[in-house]
Design a protein around this ligand. Structure first.
Ligand code: COA
Length: 396
């Protein structure tokens, strides 16, 4: 398998400081709240006010990373951004963020796009780069997830960014050698043409595509490594909504049962190996590229001493579709990450927004792109300015 001591040495999260209670959304949509809370497993939706976008969220997540971990900007040789809600068709988010953060000019900057798989693709490129050089690489997953108002996808929306530093001999998660447990199938389960803010999605079909991709990439992984999903202390999945993780685990139980007896019930297994990470996703919603890594942060922030050196199985899915199954081992000392990701403070320090504010902010965001209400005024020290309202006003 080779000697591949590369992985996550620092990780941080940015969640916008506003949320909508899904009970309020259910009331507005004349739906039983349990449809969202129990049926989908969602509780709250993080909301980005109109002045926030994937660029500002990525910059915030990176600022937290530089503040909290011992990282010098000078060591960064690559900045990759995984996003499917970019602000420009040509200029990458990575290049704007590079300028905002003052990173070295001897640095490669790129956005990587494949729906929610983008950040995992970026992570793979970053690992290959770090293995071959003495420098570190940054990967940021940043997205605002939007579906049409009143559509089935609406309760799964969210917003946020996760920043990751990839280094040799990492303290948090060392990836085992990647074995190309990847799967691509061209499908139109979810897409967003350039003129649209919200995705067009065939939701139930996308669930089927996700599970099919999970099965295929898990079988590739199983064959190449000789490992089964039973070997992992925790399993982390791409989480478009928390209930999806249970469907994913159920599929792994079915697939594995073809080879050997699975010695635990689905319920017990879910509670022990999957559920501990999901509170973060239930509070934030789908953040597309970052959702798997938000789950990882959820797990990291609840780690016990007994989780030291735990083996994690990870599954990343991007509609369209591309998926990958991979694994990594946690570091020996949970103190290297406990309280560091910024997740717990971000969840504690949020303001509840009414349904009416949520709709107004959405209209403003859509106007921002159509040029109706929010016109792009120019740049101030790299920050994009709009005619109104300014970011600080919308935060007060
Ligand atoms: N109480 C408890 N559960 C309820 C309920 C209630 N009152 N009403 C519905 N439910 C359950 C359903 O039984 C169903 O459970 P199941 O999945 O275990 O069968 C679940 O809630 C979802 O309801 P359903 O009516 O089947 O679908 P939906 O209209 O809520 O849409 C998606 C679900 C996923 C299709 C929709 O959220 C979507 O399009 N999401 C965006 C795309 C996406 O996330 N894709 C995932 C792969 S990337």
């Amino acid at each position: 398998m080779g000697n591949y001591e590369v992985g996550i040495d620092a990780i941080s999260v940015y969640i916008p400081p506003y949320y909508l209670e899904l009970k309020d959304l259910a009331l507005a949509n004349r739906t039983d709240p349990d449809h969202y809370l129990v049926g989908l497993g969602c509780r709250r939706m993080a909301l980005a006010p109109p002045g926030e976008d994937p660029v500002t969220m990525a910059a915030e997540a990176l600022e937290t990373l530089f503040e909290r971990y011992a990282v010098s900007k000078g060591e960064i040789g690559m900045l990759l951004v995984g996003t499917e809600s970019s602000v420009d068709e040509a200029k990458p988010v990575a290049s704007i963020v590079h300028g905002l953060l003052g990173l070295p000019s001897r640095c490669r900057t790129l956005d990587v796009k494949h729906a929610c798989y983008g950040a995992t693709g970026a992570l793979r490129l970053a690992c290959d780069y770090v293995e071959k050089t003495a420098r570190g690489a940054l990967v940021v997953a940043t997205d605002i997830a939007l579906y049409d108002i009143g559509s089935p996808g609406e309760p799964t929306q969210g917003a946020g960014a996760v920043a990751i530093l990839v280094r040799k001999n990492p303290k948090i998660l060392t990836f085992e050698p990647f074995v190309e447990a990847v799967y691509t199938r061209h499908v139109w389960d979810f897409f967003r043409p350039p003129h649209r803010q919200s995705a067009i999605v065939d939701g139930h079909f996308s669930v089927q595509c996700y599970l099919e991709a999970l099965e295929a990439s898990y079988l590739f992984f199983r064959e190449a490594t000789g490992r089964s999903f039973l070997d992992f202390q925790y399993l982390l999945f791409h989480i478009p909504f928390p209930k999806m993780a249970k469907k994913a685990l159920a599929r792994l139980h079915q697939v594995e049962a073809r080879f050997s007896e699975v010695p635990c019930s689905l319920e017990e297994d879910f509670e022990r190996r999957v559920e501990p990470a999901l509170y973060a996703n239930a509070e934030v919603g789908n953040i597309y590229c970052g959702s798997l890594y938000l789950s990882l942060c959820g797990l990291l922030e609840r780690a016990q001493d007994s989780d030291a050196s735990a083996l994690l199985g990870l599954f990343s899915y991007g509609s369209g579709s591309c998926a990958e199954f991979f694994c990594g081992r946690l570091g020996p000392d949970p103190n290297a990450w406990l309280g560091q990701t910024g997740l717990l403070e971000a969840l504690k320090d949020r303001k509840r927004v009414t349904y009416e504010d949520y709709v107004a902010w959405r209209e403003a965001r859509e106007g921002e792109i159509g040029g109706k209400r929010f016109r792009f005024k120019g740049l101030d020290k790299g920050r994009r300015l709009y005619t109104s309202p300014k970011r600080d006003e919308s935060r007060s």
